[in-house]
Design a protein around this ligand. Structure first.
Ligand SMILES: [Zn+2]
Ligand SMILES: [Zn+2]
Length: 197
């Protein structure tokens, strides 16, 4: 028996994203995980203004407060022990010991958001990183190299070479290149385990 992931708690830490955008992200997640995640609940978590936090610590705090299948979205930098030495922070992470995934929007925003287009791009990136981390929650693993979908976009579980691009280049090349549906291999896994439609 697999776990029941049907309801996702989406917890906002910081107030950089509007609730209506959070709702859009939640709807995007439900759309991409058809049949596995059926609904979501939005919550705001008050954490006094923090610049950076250890990713695992944050997953543990959220697990204790909310429990169950949870996605935390923070504007703080996410640190991790095995972070890339050079960049020293991550876009998203997941604690294998619980069902909590976390995403940091810190490095996802275009340098300045002063147009609707830039804000839309920012929300799109946040959704794509969220899909990847939630993918880990439901048991998917990283594709070490790019895995293309039929439409030419990358599978959300694709990982690229971080160092080669630098993080801004990585965001543009890998995260922006990801699509919103999973490749055949990932879809097969999800169908087999969860009878995802
Ligand atoms: Zn991953
Ligand atoms: Zn895939």
């Amino acid at each position: 028996m697999h776990k029941n992931f049907s309801t996702l708690n989406i917890v906002r830490i910081g107030s950089f994203i509007t609730f209506s955008s959070l709702k859009e992200i939640g709807e995007g997640i439900v759309q991409s995980f058809k049949g596995i995640i059926k609904n979501f609940e939005l919550t705001h978590h008050d954490f006094s203004c923090i610049e950076s936090i250890d990713a695992y610590l944050l997953t543990m705090v959220l697990d204790q407060e909310y429990g169950g299948h949870t996605l935390g979205i923070t504007d703080a930098d996410l640190q991790t022990e095995d972070a890339d030495e050079f960049y020293n922070s991550i876009f998203g992470g997941k604690n294998p010991k619980n069902d909590v995934a976390v995403v940091s929007t810190k490095k996802l925003s275009p340098s300045i958001i002063n147009s609707h287009k830039e804000y839309t791009l920012f929300i799109d990136r946040t959704l794509k990183v969220a899909l990847h981390e939630i993918g880990h929650n439901v048991g998917l693993t990283d594709h070490a190299s790019y895995k293309k979908l039929h439409n030419g976009m990358l599978c959300p579980m694709s990982r690229g070479e971080y160092n080669k691009f630098g993080y801004i280049g990585y965001v543009k090349a890998i995260i922006d290149g990801r699509g919103l549906s999973f490749c055949d291999e990932c879809s097969y896994f999800l169908r087999t385990i969860y009878s995802m439609n």
